[in-house]
Design a protein around this ligand. Sequence first.
Ligand code: ADP
Ligand code: MG
Length: 230
Amino acid sequence: MSVSFGAIKALSNVTLSINDDSDICGIIGPNGAGKSTLLSVIAGEVSPSGGTVELFGDSNKKKLNPETVNRKGISRTFQIPRPFFGLTVERNIVTCGLGVNNLNDSQEKAKRLLKILELDKHAHSTAGQLNLAGRKRLELAKALMTEPKVLLLDELFEGLNEQEVDSLVNIVKNEIASSSIKVVLVEHVISALRKLANKVYVLNQGELIAEGETEEVLSDEVVIEAYLGK
Ligand code: ADP
Ligand code: MG
């Protein structure tokens, strides 16, 4: 599958399968490698200029509207959280469930997620009052509201301190273990990647340059060179 933005080739002939043995697959690569574009294309926000995205037996070549994406069971978080800053944390979460649930169900689900993500004490603060770690957790809570089958996480751990990373890693692990969600994890925070992903794909300038078991890939010379830009 390929994606172009005008003259820019963001992805060239990338093939990736998230249907295999691993529940969490990681995507790494330097800035501009095409990682976020890859998530956008899986989420149907951007259409491939060549090739297809296949999910659960359906193949797709077009841009999809957000309702279709939710119905297909895909959910994503954004690198830069985009909550409604003036609404309460709880309201932000409830709202995300309304496309697939009635208000009551949405409120019940939101309560559970507020607790799991340790946001319950901030439920009635506005999203704008949260610190970065809180915003990242809110971003995850919002994405989980539609009970996705595929969860796309874009640099969820970026900017968090070690303790915040560890606590969020455990939350993601528990949530995945208690469901059958497949996760695609775009991540620069290697400690989080190591703890979560069993398989890793490496993108560089829009091309897939390596894939395999996490530790193997992370110790690959070619990967280290591309990744560190040496
Ligand atoms: P990464 O997430 O790995 O840092 P991106 O997927 O954001 O990389 O970007 C890959 C390339 O595509 C970059 O050159 C970027 O400038 C370009 N790009 C991404 N989104 C757009 C867009 N909507 N319009 C034009 N160019 C884009
Ligand atoms: Mg990105």
